[in-house]
Write a protein that binds this ligand. Sequence first.
Ligand code: ZN
Ligand code: ZN
Length: 134
Amino acid sequence: MAINGSCFCGAVEYKVNGKLRDARSCHCSMCRKAFSAQASAYAQVEPEQFSWVFGENLLTTYESSNGAGLKFCSICGSTLCGTYNGKIHGVTLGCVDGNPEIELGMHIFVGSKATWETIPGGIPQYDEWPPKNA
Ligand SMILES: [Zn+2]
Ligand SMILES: [Zn+2]
């Protein structure tokens, strides 16, 4: 089953020929800025299973100093995927189309969430990184 994702304006689309894994929401202050939201909602992919369907030339990449980067549509600003040391690392769940057959597994960096956010219950919450085997 292929998973597709696209940006708000529809100019960029990607495909994942495989499964998403480790879906989580991070509430740290950097994710709030990077994702323009109360938290990130992000899942990892195998880099070789990810490909752009169209619009790759419209992407802009922002790389922060720790090797993590984000690729976003230069027209509408949707953040589509994350990179690590230049390689595709994962996708933002907000831009996935349809049902990716994965659900958020945990909330992380809850200890630094925004004062205005109330996190819904139901899945584990960790103040920072989850314990190794979570
Ligand atoms: Zn767009
Ligand atoms: Zn974060």
